[in-house]
Design a protein around this ligand. Sequence first.
Ligand SMILES: Nc1ncnc2c1ncn2[C@@H]1O[C@H](COP(=O)(O)OP(=O)(O)OP(=O)(O)O)[C@@H](O)[C@H]1O
Ligand SMILES: [Mg+2]
Length: 329
Amino acid sequence: MFALPIENYQLKGLGERRGMEAGAVRSGELKAARRLAPAELLRGVVRREVGRGMLEMRGIEKRFNSSRVAVLTGISLEVKRGEFVVVVGPSGCGKTTLLNLAGGMVKPDGGEVMLDGKAVEGPGPERAMVFQDHGLFPWLTAASNIEFGLRMLGMRRRERRDRVEAALRMVHLGNFGEKLVHELSGGMKQRVAIARAMVMDPAVLLMDEPFAALDAQTRTLLHGQLQELWIQTKKTILFVTHSVGEAVRLADRIIVLSAYPGRIRREIRVELSHPRDFDSPQISELVRLVRTEIEEEVNRVNREMAGDEWKPAASAHLGDGFVDLGGSI
Ligand SMILES: Nc1ncnc2c1ncn2[C@@H]1O[C@H](COP(=O)(O)OP(=O)(O)OP(=O)(O)O)[C@@H](O)[C@H]1O
Ligand SMILES: [Mg+2]
């Protein structure tokens, strides 16, 4: 069995997160949740999780017909109820494939995916996905897009309407329900996509670079909103990104994948309490540390792909650590 190095990053003076019961919140979180979530916003719409959302991947192997080497091999990953896990790794290392396996869209060649002790055999409403491309239907309004999945479930009209209204308020788009997709900004479209996923009250939210196409300011806004939603609902979230800054802002735990074949190279716990102040020096310090951790893997992959010794500029020259390394990581 392959032993994983797990780094715990805890900066002096910051709260301990581990050891908390599922669904428990510290007083700071509670205050924020009260401030951000009037009770009626969530009542009857999205449950605050207590007993769902334990995602397990055991010994996953995946190879596509065309691939020379396995895309993913020996992947064993446990995402606990209410945990926010972020996956980073070089382009092509299998991050999207990992999410698709969790979502049941792709079947593993070996190993198993379990949600709350039950084998994942295919897509299901308890595992909602949000992609980089919002994937909204352009001929429907924001509200109708959010309502779509509920219609498919055969839910009654009145309940659908209540849920859609609450979901729109949850992403602070209460007045935008009747807008068509092209009338919304990029950030708003992603917020509708998140509302569409949340309205189904999934046990697990699977997010594949949902903010990658947004400008930095909008991204920061959405980081704040996602953090808020997560604190309110305690959904299990598995999130893929190319941005180390994004990972450190949001994650309880960062999984670094290596490429060709994709394996878990390292796990890093981010033991900063939530809600996080994204401008805090602790966040910047952690971004620097985590980037150093993964630069080695990025450089190795780049070297192998290019067949030469080229490597990206050292992180010190790349700004404040929130620079998205794009395809390099
Ligand atoms: N359906 C498929 N059929 C064949 N090959 C596939 C399929 N899906 C993914 N692959 C291959 O599997 C590898 C991993 O792809 P995947 O999309 O999971 O990577 P990724 O880490 O998400 O990359 P990126 O960061 O660029 O989004 C790639 O080499 C890709 O070409
Ligand atoms: Mg991908």
